[in-house]
Design a protein around this ligand. Structure first.
Ligand code: 13P
Length: 252
């Protein structure tokens, strides 16, 4: 049995005042939630502040990006996995489509970051997903397979026991258009089958989150799909009531 996992990707949102309000709300509601792992991923600069605000012992902290270099060095503007770990991060979102498209991160850079995170003992949340054009032109599966393969080639299938995958169809991110539960399930099953070709035990264990306009009103149906093991939540993770309702939908 896979334990569902819900993570909030705050993206570049928040201030000390708004984070205090949000995390106070999460703290207050956290005891109502069980049977689900939960993480929140603030902007790097607010990780430390967020963890000071956080008192709920069932909510963990993650980052949204790391440098390819593991430790430290002359890399102006970057933050290393060791620095995130030092601040208490257990997870890091890697390969988000916003980083792939806006910042030009390549499959090989993402694979390197996954490797560096794993070596540090920080669990990568590896984001993969297709554009609307790729879906409509019938290349969705090959795009997703290639995104997976780039990482598998570098870290190997055994490492996927400790990688979380987030399937995020780009056309559903921040648009209010959610993949239907059946559409999402189809891709999740495909991802699991791709991994099963290499190792069926690992494939059965790997957590595959769905991300893209998950809201309290669609979470239950999405999370009831057999291969959807929770979600990576953007906009709705900025509201304590909405995020906790989504976590509850994934839990027991
Ligand atoms: P939304 O939930 O705002 O669509 O964002 C999804 C996402 O990109 C999470 O990483």
């Amino acid at each position: 049995m896979r334990k569902p996992f819900v993570a909030g990707n705050w993206k570049m949102h928040g201030s000390k005042a708004s984070i205090l309000t949000l995390v106070t709300g999460l703290n207050a509601k956290s005891s109502e939630i069980s049977g689900v792992d939960i993480a929140i991923c603030p902007p790097t600069i607010y990780i430390d502040y967020t963890s000071h605000c956080l008192s709920a012992d069932n909510i963990f902290i993650g980052g949204q990006n790391i440098a390819e270099e593991p430790d430290q060095g002359a890399f102006t503007g970057e933050s290393s996995v060791e620095m995130l770990k030092d601040l208490g991060c257990q997870y890091v979102v890697l390969g988000h489509s916003e980083r792939r498209t806006i910042y030009g991160e390549s499959d090989s850079q993402i694979a390197q970051k996954v490797k560096v995170a794993m070596k540090a003992g920080v669990t990568p949340i590896l984001c993969i997903g297709e554009t609307l054009e790729e879906r409509q032109s019938g290349v969705m599966e090959s795009v997703i397979a290639a995104q997976l393969k780039a990482v598998l080639d570098v870290v190997g299938i055994a490492a996927f026991e400790s990688v979380v995958i987030a399937y995020e169809p780009i056309w559903a991110i921040g648009t209010g258009v959610t993949a239907s539960p059946a559409q999402a399930q189809e891709v999740h099953a495909f991802i699991r089958s791709e991994l099963a070709v290499l190792d069926s035990t690992v494939a059965e264990k790997v957590i595959i989150q769905y991300g893209g306009s998950v809201k309290p009103n669609n979470a239950v149906e999405l999370f009831s799909q057999p291969d959807i093991d929770g979600g990576l939540i953007g906009g709705a993770s900025l509201d304590a009531n909405d995020f906790m309702a989504i976590c509850k939908a994934a839990g027991v």
